[in-house]
Design a protein around this ligand. Structure first.
Ligand code: DHB
Length: 391
């Protein structure tokens, strides 16, 4: 098969790129080793920045987010036993949307199918070659879902293949930046009504907890845990006791309880690989960077990457602009590092570190107090959370 852009990875980043390229009249083939049903049933984050919503709607993917998502004009920061609202609309005139990543995937997949996109899910033995050297011939080979060997030759390969990217290693001269954290998140999906109209980010002596939502009858919650925690060892009662203890206060707030329908321990790390391009290869999304989940930046950053990348690919393939990919890497990385800082900051401001001194704990409370007591402090958080303007 001959195409213009071979996209490795058919998650939200790869599909959105393929969609934007299609709008620009550029052909692509998307390959992914997972099956569609597997991606649709893997729970991920649930918050979209303002510009992520605009991209979905304005590019013609779907306006379902506006009908079935929930607009949130703020969050609660909870510490010292009470909630402090950070009001995005009065602080920065922006909002975000609760709309799970799985729904974003469903919408993007439907849009590509609607527009006749070439999507190959359930493939195996994917290999990428020919992306650099004096005479590149970017090629992706794989075995398709029917067991047939396939070879796609393209002008460019895009690695949108997530945190276990196979494309990442093809960037010669790459630098990798890591930060590990001494904790993880215990994520649960529960059958219960919502406990609050907006998200609650709670700091407590027992560690962080996050109360998020999904529907009228299913909610998503997380709490800080040890990275080696065995999720299966936790009974429903023990999970609720832990969440209750972390949300406890004297303001009458109560958590709505119900059956726990899913429990998982989620990885937690910061990672950046630079540059994000090499020869005729470009990386986008988690293939090039991972953020810790506090603040829900991962999907938003991936969508921001591919919005920039689609323009760069158009300049490369239609205007012979050989500098376009390098400029994409530089521009994307500026936002990546901003988001890395934001995610790290939200994480360290709200999580408990074993062995922290009293000074550390009181300093952390002082930091939270400084954010909620100052419109300038709160605006900094609101701006990062709802998303910095594109550019
Ligand atoms: C969700 C996940 C996050 O990491 C976050 O910061 C907010 C919400 C969620 O899954 O709903």
């Amino acid at each position: 098969t001959r195409t213009e852009v071979a996209v490795v990875g058919g998650g939200p980043a790869g599909l959105m790129l393929s969609h934007l390229l299609h709008l620009a009249g550029i052909d692509s083939v998307v390959v992914d080793h997972r099956r569609v049903a597997e991606i649709e049933s893997t729970h991920r984050a649930g918050i979209l920045e303002r510009d992520s919503v605009r991209l979905l709607v304005d590019s013609g993917v779907s306006d379902r987010v506006l009908r079935e998502g929930h607009e949130h004009e703020g969050i609660d920061l909870r510490f010292g036993g009470r909630s402090h609202r950070v009001d995005f609309s009065t602080l920065v005139g922006a909002s975000c949307w609760l709309y799970p990543q799985t729904e974003v995937f469903v919408d993007l997949h439907a849009a590509r199918v609607r527009d006749g996109g070439d999507l190959r899910y359930g493939v195996s033995d994917t290999a990428v070659g020919g992306t650099d050297g004096p005479d590149p011939e970017p090629t992706v080979t794989f075995v398709d879902a029917e067991g047939r060997r396939q070879r796609v030759v393209a002008d460019l390969v895009v690695g949108a293949d997530g945190s276990r990217s196979i494309c990442r290693a093809l960037v010669a001269g790459r630098r990798q930046h890591f930060r590990e954290y001494p904790f993880a998140w215990f994520g649960v999906l529960v059958e219960a009504p919502p406990s609050a109209p907006e998200l609650i980010y709670a700091r407590s002596e027992r560690g962080f907890a996050l109360i998020s939502q999904r529907t009228d009858v299913v909610q998503r919650m997380y709490f800080q845990c040890d990275p080696t925690e065995d999720a299966a060892a936790w009974s429903d009662d023990r999970i609720w006791a832990e969440l209750d203890a972390r949300l406890a206060g004297d303001d009458g707030f109560t958590l709505q309880q119900g059956r726990v329908i899913e429990r998982t321990v989620l990885p937690f790390r910061s990672f950046v690989q630079a540059p994000m391009t090499h020869g005729r290869l470009a990386l986008a999304g988690d293939a090039a960077h991972t953020v810790p989940p506090t603040g829900a930046k991962g999907l938003n950053l991936a969508l921001s990457d591919v919005r920039l990348l689609a323009e760069a690919v158009e300049r490369l393939l239609r205007k012979d602009d050989d500098g376009a990919l390098g400029a994409y890497s530089d521009q994307a990385l500026r936002r990546v590092w901003r988001a890395q800082h934001f995610s790290y900051w939200m994480t360290t401001m709200l999580h408990r570190v074993d062995g922290a001194s009293e000074f550390d704990e009181l300093r952390q409370l002082g930091e939270l107090q400084g954010i909620v007591a100052s419109p300038h402090g709160a605006a900094y958080l609101a701006e990062g959370y709802t998303g910095w303007p594109n550019g």
